[in-house]
Design a protein around this ligand. Sequence first.
Ligand code: SF4
Length: 202
Amino acid sequence: MNEKTTQLKKSLSIAAMIDESAMADKIRSIGYKCVRCAKCCIEDYGDNTVSVFPFEIRRISEKTGLKWEDIAVPSPSEDRDTDGNIHTFEWVLKKNGNCAFLDKGLCKIYECRPYICSTYPFYLFEGRLMVSVCEGIGSAISNEDAMKMAALLKERYIAEIRETIALLEKFMGFKPDGRGAICVHDSEGEHWIRQTERSSNI
Ligand code: SF4
């Protein structure tokens, strides 16, 4: 665990030096414009699961007034402790097939949507720019928008590494505590969910 954390801290230092202008040039050469197809939010077009960090859930909660459990559920997991409780490492946005926040083709939480949504179809893997399938790829993008996307991608990448470090530092193993049925291990520690609160998504 310590070795992994040390590695991640190195990655964090490297991430801080990512050249946003160079990344914006790549984004411009690929091209992107959202065509509002909403396919990234709809189940029929592939995996529309959106992982969310605790701070993103809190931000959505502050903006919308929704409770945590109305926003996110534990990511499905096969990991069990000795009492049979489920352990998982991620929260995902609620879905009813499609994302629960999609309404008539529009995002109801657009201003506070998670990084995965605000940077779609781009993401960074080991510091390299990657692109997911998207109808908007290949369309012209302005310098300003490419720079904004590059800055957001770097911010997301750093947040992902920070969240993982915090998770590893707080992780105490799969220990049953007798209180609940599901435990989400995240950057804030352990979130136990009682049996009565279990979501049908799990
Ligand atoms: S939060 Fe908004 S943008 Fe993200 S998947 Fe849901 S509806 Fe789509």
